[in-house]
Write a protein that binds this ligand. Structure first.
Ligand SMILES: Nc1ncnc2c1ncn2[C@@H]1O[C@H](COP(=O)(O)OP(=O)(O)OP(=O)(O)O)[C@@H](O)[C@H]1O
Ligand SMILES: [Mg+2]
Length: 253
């Protein structure tokens, strides 16, 4: 898993009730790339991300992390490499306290209690959530849960960071802190988001999903400038690419 390449080759998945999740998805993301995954509700973003660390397996095609397709045999290694922040933090937080939750991953990786605790405290500090350490996760606000879930993944020092709507529920200050933090993360980032301003700021490349299929894959700025593409995909241009609502000044062409 040395190269940390993330690759999908004609991957398709339908849920047991027959609903199409993703269809014929192919891409290659090289180590260090920042890629935004955008698309309307139900476009398949979460379904696709759940394939990247083996929570779902494609019915057709394959998903590779490094040089190998994900299998039950290498799942543990894949999950060490790919850190996943789920769309709903309740799917991720299950220990009695936030600190135990954030330390759970490092302990699972074989670190000593002391090392795991240090990693957990450092990660909580990074997301500004150290004060939540002793709180039960289920009693936190939506944004607090999100910060704890992000800390839990950062504590594992993944080489590929996969985040599903990481900024949703965050207050503007926490959102800004997250963006600044993600800018310092030099490994691969794959971020599903409806926050197109965040995508523009963080990701040089964007994949647009529509009804489970890739509608576009390219340079973020170029795709976001394409009015037809944006409208047809159920999206709206980032605010930073729209004119000023007060003085009417147009943004750069
Ligand atoms: N457990 C499930 N069983 C059946 N269908 C599902 C299930 N989960 C998702 N789907 C369907 O799969 C499709 C893709 O859903 P997915 O959650 O991947 O979309 P999304 O792009 O993440 O949307 P959102 O922006 O709302 O998070 C949708 O049609 C959805 O209704
Ligand atoms: Mg989703």
């Amino acid at each position: 898993m040395s190269h940390h390449i993330t690759e999908a080759a004609n991957a398709s998945y339908s849920y047991p009730d027959g609903t199409v999740g993703i269809k014929n998805i192919s891409f290659k993301i090289t180590h260090g790339e920042s890629v935004a995954l955008v698309g309307a509700n139900g476009a398949g973003k979460s379904t696709l991300l759940l394939h990247l660390n083996g929570y779902l397996s494609p019915a057709k095609g394959e998903i590779k992390i490094g040089d190998f397709p994900i299998t039950s045999k290498n799942l543990k290694d894949v999950r060490k490499t790919v850190g996943m922040v789920f769309q709903y933090p309740d799917d991720q937080l299950f220990m009695p306290t936030v600190l135990e939750d954030v330390a759970f991953g490092p302990l699972n990786l074989g670190l000593s209690d002391e090392q795991a605790l240090k990693k957990a405290i450092d990660a909580l500090k990074i997301v500004g959530a150290e004060h939540l350490s002793d709180r039960p996760p289920y009693k936190l606000s939506g944004g607090e849960k999100r910060s704890a879930a992000i800390a839990a993944v950062l504590a594992m020092s993944p080489n590929i960071l996969v985040m599903d709507e990481p900024a949703s529920n965050l207050d503007p200050g926490s959102r800004r802190r997250l963006i600044n933090l993600l800018k310092t993360f030099k490994h691969t980032k794959i971020i599903a988001t409806h926050d197109l301003d965040m995508a523009l700021e963080l990701c040089e490349r964007t994949i647009i999903l529509c009804k489970g299929e890739i509608k576009a894959d390219g340079e973020t700025v170029k795709l976001f400038k394409d009015d037809n593409l944006i409208n047809q995909s159920g999206l709206e241009k980032p605010l930073s690419m729209q004119g000023c609502p007060i003085c009417g000044k147009k943004p750069c062409p």
